[in-house]
Ligand binder design. Structure first.
Ligand SMILES: [Zn+2]
Length: 209
């Protein structure tokens, strides 16, 4: 202690509204108290329109963004941009855990098929079972026909692999080829952090399940 600058920024000295902003920013992942204060003071310093643009983006994203009714990617209309793109290859479906995994695969530009977002992975220790994911909807899509290949692109973790195995067992009654991404992505790393080339390699070298 004895550091005057940290004392000066202690919440006791903030006006109520500022303290509230610091508290709300501090709840964001990866944002500690110091960063929350820095962000709050930044927002007070910039022009009103710049600060309010952030508030508007948050409002808009919460109001307009929903899950695609077909694949559970993020969407602003009933179907996401990928499901409504007629140039996509509708015979392939790539199964990912989260919308951000889909974004990583899209950035690699190596895949032109459709997706299915599980919105999580089976995690018994966290109490997440198959029925809390979008697995039923995936089975319905495969049952409806038209797909030749299901590419499992869950993360190469124990839970990701378990989820992939569970789904491939469920889908074994359908005549689709099951594949998974090649392990160019080292075990434990997640799609989110993999670079474009690694993802493209993992897609090109995908293996039969
Ligand atoms: Zn979609």
């Amino acid at each position: 202690m004895g550091d005057d600058s940290s004392k000066r920024f202690s919440s006791n000295n903030h006006a109520g509204a500022v303290a509230e902003l610091v508290e709300n920013l501090g709840r964001l992942p990866g944002i500690g108290r110091k960063s929350a204060e820095r962000l709050a003071f930044h927002l007070l310093r910039v022009s009103e329109s710049e600060a309010l643009a952030l508030a508007d983006s948050i409002r808009r994203v919460r109001k307009d963004v929903r899950y695609c009714s077909a694949c559970f990617n993020l969407a602003e209309t009933d179907l996401c941009a990928i499901c409504s793109d007629p140039s996509r290859d509708t015979t392939r479906i790539c199964v990912v855990e989260q919308p951000r995994d889909l974004m990583s695969l899209e950035q690699s530009s190596a895949y032109k098929g459709l997706y299915h977002v599980l919105l999580g992975r089976i995690a018994p220790l966290d109490g997440i079972g198959p029925d809390q994911l979008t697995i039923d909807a995936l089975v319905d899509r495969i049952r409806a026909g038209g797909f030749n290949e299901v590419i499992m692109a869950t993360n190469p973790t124990v839970e990701g692999d378990g989820t992939s195995l569970y789904i491939s067992n469920l889908l074994s009654e359908f005549s689709v080829q099951m594949t998974r991404l090649a392990r160019g992505i080292t075990a434990g790393s997640v799609l989110e952090y993999a670079n474009r080339e690694m993802i493209a390699d993992a897609l090109t070298g995908r293996q039969k399940l």
